[in-house]
Design a protein around this ligand. Structure first.
Ligand code: UPG
Ligand code: MN
Length: 741
């Protein structure tokens, strides 16, 4: 039981933990049996074709290792509840919050939607004078600057409306998609005000969209432009509208930042943008806590800031609390989630388990982070960063002053008014040369070593002793747009795997990194996050070798009558049954179970391999790191396919060829192998596992075959791809023939 005045409560799922551990234990026994079977067989039968046996054994070992690294996520799952109504009633007890929103490309990230994110953040249920919103525009697009002024004007009407009627959906776009449902008691006043506001909303939308259409992005080059920093307020928008903010609504501060970018200087993508915001906000509002949002992740509910403060204002945990993470949830995921866009297992399973250890890693967006943690403070060595501040943080006096302020002030009163805005200083802080000879990106701020800056930074903070908590409230606090076509999905996943493996194969690999304060189980699970893509080698072996040998009649697995068969059967079925139980426990249907298997197989076969290759090439400096923002603009043709539950194979051959090759290979081997068995050549008993495996691959790849042979729409697989893959299959089988027979 929690105390009557505690601000939050942590519930441990003890039964689940027990079941999980039991399952892991049995699974380990089965794996050991398999290893025993393999090694004794290989030693006793050195005459049989050894190569496939060795490869499969290696694949099994590697895959088991990857599986083992994941187990800490099942050790001690917890869920948390907060009681924001118990926060002190006076506002002055609340610390300031800075919101950082990043955008990069108005063509891939529709400006109107970015503005909705900005407005929703300004509408959080928090004292306006303690809230500052910063928009980083890496594209330095004139569209974005003029749109943010329009957004400010609209917010002067929107904010009082939300407050007056206690509106729960604070993102205007989401609200006006379904205005009738937004308020349970439709008073006359409400309806009237809402209709007036809706007109203003439509006008605002039209103005922003017109400008986006006419400029088609920006005239300035994305890679080459000076910095531009502007505080958006009544003064900044004066000439665009007649009477602005006549009611003098107190507004959160709003700042537009386009940092300087030059082709000669690396800009470090999102991490670089966040670090500029970190410095500029330090000299402006200098709030101790920061909410980071991707441009498409709007605040869906006003309460998240107060919920996060339930942790930060609890002196028992706040000294080591680095960040409060919320799940990423999406407004555009269909019920039949064919791409597993919701990433169920991460947000609904792994992160709950991580929270039972040292907390989830920083997950890109939707987290309230402690500014001090980002400054690189090691909580066990005290706060003596000020001494070498200039070496770490650079030469800005204003910035150094702000650090001192952070250190000296008690949390409650930390929030400087934005009165004397040192815009010139801000320009200096946003220049592309500011970070030269400093520790930004290495010891201070978000890390530059990987394009998955979030995970990299999270691991480093955890190794300094910071912990995090995970909050998954019933009502989604943040909603973004998920990738809902195969092409965007594969590009995004490849970037992730590449960035993660880059960490896993570096000295920062959480398992071996030292000196580290990370707990052992946390180290293991964190290294799973960075190393799991390596499992692609195993999956490639599983998806080819048993099938080819099936065709040639070479057994690789125990006979059904052999006791070791049980170990294989157990590992296979218990994994699938466990997944099914998880899916059902998180209130999803069996189709989710099928979709997740399909997508994870597909990821193993494509993104993971390419990601690993990509990160190795980046390491060898053959290739430069890149971060292409995920496309967030909707394409109606693709949307139609998605809604019908049809995979959209309109993507590059780079992704299609490996996939189609595996499927064609499997088809040939299955048909050929079964034909041979039926005609009496070979032994059913000895080849059962391989035949079954092949059958499983066939079921999993049904959508691919449909797209190869049946579908005619623009999401089908082009004939030329099928042809290329068939050629590769022929080569593979000839090789197999030469080596095996
Ligand atoms: O040079 C860049 C590139 C991207 N972004 C912004 O970064 C955010 C995330 O980019 P997005 O393309 O939406 O990333 P996702 O594919 O959704 O990637 C996830 O993974 C990223 C790390 O690879 C994290 O940064 C994200 O928060 C997380 O949502 C967006 O707001 C972009 O505008 C920049 O500001 N500058
Ligand atoms: Mn995104």
């Amino acid at each position: 039981m929690e105390k009557a005045d505690s601000l939050h409560h942590c519930h441990a799922h003890k039964v689940k933990a027990l079941l999980n551990r039991t399952h892991s234990l049995f699974h380990i026994f089965a794996l050991l049996a398999i290893f025993h079977y393999r090694s004794t067989f290989i030693f006793n039968n050195l005459a049989t074709p050894l190569l496939p046996w060795l490869l499969i054994f290696g694949a099994e070992l590697l895959f088991s290792l990857v599986w083992f690294l994941k187990q800490p996520f099942y050790w001690w799952p917890v869920t948390r509840t907060t009681f924001p109504q118990r926060l002190p009633p006076q506002d002055h007890h609340l610390p300031g919050i800075d919101v950082f929103i990043c955008t990069a490309d108005p063509n891939r990230e529709p400006t109107f939607e970015v503005m909705n994110t900005v407005i929703s953040a300004m509408s959080l249920d928090y004292p306006a004078h303690k809230l500052s919103v910063y928009l980083s525009d890496d594209g330095a697009a004139s569209v974005t600057l003029s749109a943010i002024k329009e957004a400010w004007v609209f917010a002067t009407w929107w904010l009082p409306f939300c407050k007056r009627y206690n509106v729960k959906t604070i993102c205007p776009r989401a609200f006006f998609q379904n205005p009738q449902q937004q308020h349970p008691t439709h008073t006359k006043d409400f309806i009237q005000d809402m209709n007036t506001l809706q007109e203003k909303y439509e006008a605002f939308k039209l103005r922003v969209q017109k400008k986006s259409g006419s400029c088609g992005g920006s005239k300035t080059s994305v890679q080459d432009h000076p910095s531009l920093i502007q505080v958006i307020d009544g003064k900044a928008v004066q000439d665009s509208t007649a009477a602005i903010n006549p009611d003098e609504v107190v507004m959160p501060s709003l700042v537009y930042v386009a940092r300087e970018k030059r082709p000669s200087h690396p800009h470090h993508f999102k991490a670089g943008a966040l670090n500029v915001l970190l410095r500029i906000s330090a000299t402006f509002s200098n709030s101790p806590y920061i909410l980071v949002l991707d441009c498409d992740m709007y605040c869906n509910d006003p309460i998240s800031a107060r919920q996060a403060m339930c942790f930060y204002l609890d002196s028992k945990i706040s000294p080591t609390l680095g960040w409060v993470q919320y799940p990423q949830m999406f407004h555009n995921v269909h019920e039949n989630d064919i791409y597993d866009s919701q990433m169920r297992s991460f947000w609904k399973v792994y992160w709950l388990g991580a929270d039972g250890l040292q907390g989830p890693v920083i997950s890109g967006t939707n987290f309230y982070i402690n500014r001090k943690a980002l400054y690189g403070i090691n909580i066990y060595n005290g706060n003596d960063i000020i001494k070498e501040a200039r070496n770490i943080f650079g030469l800005s006096n204003e910035l150094i002053k702000s650090l001192k302020q952070q250190n000296d002030m008690p949390n409650e009163i930390k929030h400087r008014e934005l009165c004397s805005i040192p815009v010139q200083e801000a320009q200096f802080l946003a220049s592309c040369t500011y970070e030269e000879n400093t520790k930004w990106g290495q010891e201070a701020g978000f890390r530059y070593e990987s394009v998955v800056e979030d995970a990299m930074t999270g691991f480093m903070l955890q190794s300094k002793g910071w912990r995090s908590v995970y909050l998954y409230p019933a009502r989604p606090q943040f909603l973004g747009s998920a990738t809902t076509n195969l092409n965007d999905f594969l590009i995004q996943s490849t970037r992730w795997t590449s960035g993660l493996v880059e960490i896993g194969l570096s000295k920062y690999c959480p398992l071996f990194y030292s000196p580290s304060r990370m707990q052992l189980l946390q180290r293991i699970s964190s290294s799973w996050i960075t190393l799991y893509p390596l499992g692609f080698i195993s999956v490639w072996c599983f998806a080819t070798i048993p099938l080819i040998t099936f065709l040639f009649g070479i057994p690789l697995y125990p006979k059904v009558s052999n006791p070791y068969f049980i170990a294989y059967a157990f590992v296979f079925t218990s994994s699938l049954v466990k997944l099914l139980c998880e899916v059902v426990a998180t209130r999803e249907s069996a189709s989710t179970w099928l979709n997740e298997q399909r997508i994870s197989n597909l990821k193993w076969l494509t993104c993971c391999g390419y990601g690993v290759v990509d990160s190795v090439m980046t390491k060898l400096r053959v290739r430069e790191a890149s971060f292409i923002p995920t496309n967030k603009a909707e394409d109606s043709d693709r949307a139609k396919l998605y809604e019908k539950g049809k995979y959209d194979f309109n993507t590059s051959n780079m992704f299609l060829v490996p996939l189609v090759t595996v499927v064609s290979l499997n088809l040939c081997c299955f048909i050929g192998g079964v034909a041979k068995l039926v005609s009496g050549v070979g032994n059913w008993d000895a080849l059962f596992v391989q035949g079954f495996l092949s059958f499983y691959v066939l079921i999993m790849s049904y959508p691919v075959m449909e797209a190869m042979f049946v579908r005619q729409d623009n999401g089908c697989i082009p004939f030329s791809t099928t042809l290329t893959s068939t050629a590769i299959v022929v080569v593979l089988l000839s090789f197999g023939y030469l080596i095996l027979l």
